[in-house]
Design a protein around this ligand. Structure first.
Ligand SMILES: [Cu+2]
Length: 162
């Protein structure tokens, strides 16, 4: 049985690529830890209950007027919940997990981050429309994953600002 010369070149080329990919995947898996893609900030999940920010997470207003919300994701809910924020105001979310990897997705927006134990995921989002939004966990985290839903109510800013 003979294989055409060009067929053989392509066979070895494709086989070589598979080997290269497997080597890259193996090296990555052996040397890289699971972590968020940006904003590397660490926190100890074992002592999270005593943490000054995440032990009893509460919405806070910084001296410069920014609204910051620390969020603790934990089987099977988000804390604090429900949330209430004003419309057209930048909201900085700081999210971590007490146990396994969870997701934090504000449904119908592009506000979306992973909640990884040991790390703080942070992003800032401005709601343009008042209303009530669901927050969904979009990383499978256990038996009640489907019930892990939070709520955020976006209210018209006081004084009728738009
Ligand atoms: Cu979850």
């Amino acid at each position: 049985m003979s294989v055409d010369k060009y067929e053989r070149i392509w066979m070895f080329g494709a086989g070589g690529l598979i080997v290269v990919f497997l080597v890259i995947i193996s090296i990555t898996a052996a040397t890289q830890a699971v972590r968020p893609p940006s904003h590397i900030e660490v926190v100890n999940p074992a002592t999270i209950a005593e943490h000054p920010e995440f032990g009893d997470p509460q919405l806070r207003v910084e001296a410069d007027g920014r609204i910051v919300i620390p969020v603790l994701a934990q089987m099977f809910g988000f804390f604090p919940d429900p949330l209430e924020v004003p419309v057209n105001t930048p909201i900085t979310f700081r999210i971590t997990s007490a146990d396994v990897v969870h997701g934090f997705q504000v449904v119908g927006t592009n506000a979306n981050a992973m909640a990884v134990p040991g790390y703080v995921s942070q992003f800032t989002y401005t709601f343009k429309k008042a209303g009530t939004y669901d927050i969904a966990c979009n990383e499978y985290c256990g038996l009640m994953h489907h019930a892990m839903v939070g709520k955020i109510t976006v209210t018209e800013a006081p004084g009728g600002q738009r």
